[in-house]
Write a protein that binds this ligand. Sequence first.
Ligand code: ZN
Length: 294
Amino acid sequence: MERLEERAKRERLVCDGGMGTQLHSLGLAPGECPEKWCLEKPELVRSVHQAYRDAGSAIVETNTFGGNRYKLAHYGLEGEVEAINRAGAALAREVAGDTQYVMASLGPTGAFMEPYGDETEQAFYDAFAAQARAFEAGGADAVIVETMMAIEECCVAVRAVRENTGLTCLASFTFDPQPDGGYASMMGVTPEQFAGQALAAGAQIIGANCGTGSDHMVGIIARLRAVTQVPLIAMPNAGMPVLVNGNTVFPESPEEMASKAGRLAGAGASILGGCCGTTPAHIAAMARQLKQVR
Ligand SMILES: [Zn+2]
């Protein structure tokens, strides 16, 4: 297959939506490790991949977001990094065959590097490199370093992917709307700062996921597009979350979210999917919408 970063330069691609909500609807209990299902309930993880493929996604994203040793240690699974991430990539590959890309999800550690915390840069690097090598062994095409808010952690992860594998590396940051109308991550990083540093670290595709819905995501993508020509990925939530009876709900229906996909593409996104609150129905509606604006 043509490499993802090349394909995304000349073609718009639809990507998956949320994984967590789908796993919970299949019985994942609160407090249970989602990534462990790659080993224990592979048929259910595969069924989520299949639902997104049937919805029109060109990219299968793995169930490995919290698969680094720091996150797995919360469940006593830090010894399973290789097995879980390799299995996660292999499961996605089974569904993707040779017609879809497998994009492995690599999320934050939840820990902090010096001087903000106790962890060294080398420890983070080693943790991300172990995950990335397992993705490649399992048959992934690409790794998305995603939902990052600290630029140092993001860049260490990107370097670990590029220096230890031959996989395409995407970097996706999470920005929040600011009172002045701009955007910044929880750690104060702007889209321009993120773009400059992630690209210098070796990211081949950059973008944003989570944090906002499509309306704000259009503004974030436009700011990234103003400073780089590499392909951009946009994975918004299904709107900004609202609290209903103490539960966080993402309010946008598939049709509502899909109606904004054309604006996201117009702002410069060439890979479009969804994050929290998005389902196969959202992705199917987006895929239909994007065919019309093509
Ligand atoms: Zn999200």
